[in-house]
Structures are given as C-alpha cells and as structure tokens.
Design a protein around this ligand. Sequence first.
Ligand code: HEM
Ligand code: HEM
Length: 236
Amino acid sequence: MPDPAPLTTGFGELEAGPTVRVRVWDLPTRLFHWVLALAVLGQLVTGLAGVMEWHFRIGYLVLALVLFRLIWGVIGGRWSRFASFMYSPATLMGYLRGSAHPDQRVGHTPLGALSVFAMLAFLAAQVATGLVSDDEVSASGPLTRFVSNATVHLASTWHAAAGKWVILVLVILHVLAIAFYVRVRRQQLVKPMLSGDKLLTHTAAASRDTAGSRLLALVIFGACAGFAFWISTLRL
Ligand code: HEM
Ligand code: HEM
C-alpha cells in the first residue's frame, strides 16, 4: 500500500516542502478555543439534561469568553484579528473556484472565516437570549426582570427551541470540515490550534504572542470575567 500523502498546510508543500515556521494562533486564541469548545459542549449537555445551576455557571464563562474574543478580534495577534479574515463575496467565490492567494490560507480561509463568524454570532445570540430566558418552572436568566414578558417569551423560544440546534449543527459542521481538511485534503489544522505554529512555504507576518501580549489578554479576560460575574449577581 502506498504511503499516505504527508500532512501539509495546503499550499505548495508537496512540491517545495514546508520551510518557514510561523506563529499563527497566539496563546490567548488557542486557550480561548479549547476552553470555549469544552464550555459549549457543557452548555448543550447541562441544558438538555436540565442541570441548570451548572448551566448558569458555564453560561457566564461562555459570556466572558465571547466578550474576550470580540475584543481580541480587534487588538489580538495578526491572524486572530477580524480584519485579517473579513473577505468580500468575490474573494470567497474565487477561493471556492480554487484561486486562493497563499495569504488566505495562513489564518482562517474565506470559507473557514464564514463558519467562525457564524459560530461567534450564534453563540453571542445564545448567551444574550439565555440571560433573559425563563423556563416557567425554576430556571430564570439573571436579566429577565429588566425586560418585558414578550421579550422573555421570544428569547426563551429562540434559546430553547431553535438556538441550541443551530449551535449543535454549526459545531458538527465545524468538526466535520476540520476532519475533511485533515483526512482528505491532507492539511494540518489541528496541530497549529494546539502549538500555535504553521509550517509554510513562504514567509508570512507572524501573530504577536509575547509575554506582554499574553499579559494584556489575561487582563482583558479578567475584566470580561468580572463583567460576567457582575451580571450573575443580578439573578434574584
Ligand atoms: C463545541 C465545540 C467547538 C466550538 C464551539 C469551536 C469553535 C471554534 C471557533 C470560534 C474557532 C475560531 C477560532 C478563533 O479565531 O478564535 C475555531 C477554530 C478552529 N477549531 Fe474549533 N470549535 C469546537 C470544536 C473543535 C474541535 C473538536 C476541533 C478539533 C478537531 C476544533 C478545531 C479547530 C481548528 C483546527 C480551528 C482553526 C480552523 C482554521 O484553521 O481556520 N474545534 N473553532
Ligand atoms: C453556548 C451557550 C448556551 C447553550 C448552547 C445553551 C443551551 C441550552 C439548552 C440546550 C437548553 C435546554 C432547552 C430545552 O429545554 O430543550 C437551555 C435552556 C436554558 N438556558 Fe441555555 N445555553 C447557553 C447559554 C445560556 C446562558 C448564558 C444562560 C444564562 C445565563 C442560559 C440560560 C438558560 C435558561 C434560563 C434555560 C431554560 C429556558 C427554557 O427552557 O425555556 N443559557 N440552554
């Protein structure tokens, strides 16, 4: 049986061999990702199983993580910034037709970017609706008393009837897409999300990932966690 093709980052290594190691995902982004993945799974499980005290606790963590990522998307490492993966529809179409610029494969590709923005947007909506949801039995979000009954009803319907499925489907698509790129396209994506580095055939700007930038991320995350904690104290 022939050896399987080597795993690559997907642009030219088969011909030239990867030569340049570039820091693409800074440590704060990587920690954000893996903690978010665990927390979202925890939210689906505790929500469906009705373990609401933990659903609230982990929910505040997701709130802090999403807030952190929104700020890090503006001031984080080069490839974590939203501006680095905001592509026009024309660029997306070009990518789908196979004419990608090498830079589009350093961070999130145009297609990957769509999935990242969709996941962040629906997670933000799930958190926002959770804060004002009420199951009319025992679980009531911390901000329900500040909004009208109609809003609580609308938010609870989205949160419990539709939002949870949208998130589950997005996560399944996300993991299947990663598996497709790794197994079929032979592109290594998971290791960079663990180590931070990609092996490229051409030089590319690296993401800042210094002690200073990590400390800044910690301070920002602390502020986001403090805000989430304050929201939690508003629950009666
Ligand atoms: C509930 C589960 C998960 C959620 C909510 C989630 C969410 C996300 C988000 C928001 C990003 C964008 C990262 C950023 O720029 O901040 C991302 C990227 C990524 N995720 Fe996940 N993820 C989940 C599970 C997983 C799993 C299980 C794997 C590994 C098999 C994985 C592998 C990756 C990789 C490799 C990337 C980078 C993709 C790229 O190179 O464009 N994720 N994920
Ligand atoms: C990633 C974020 C979240 C996910 C995936 C999620 C998922 C779920 C699920 C699956 C349920 C059970 C729905 C059912 O009865 O079938 C639920 C219910 C609920 N969640 Fe969340 N949730 C999230 C965030 C939050 C947050 C941040 C809060 C509040 C702090 C929250 C508050 C509630 C409440 C009050 C209910 C009961 C609502 C009802 O049954 O009408 N959730 N959630």
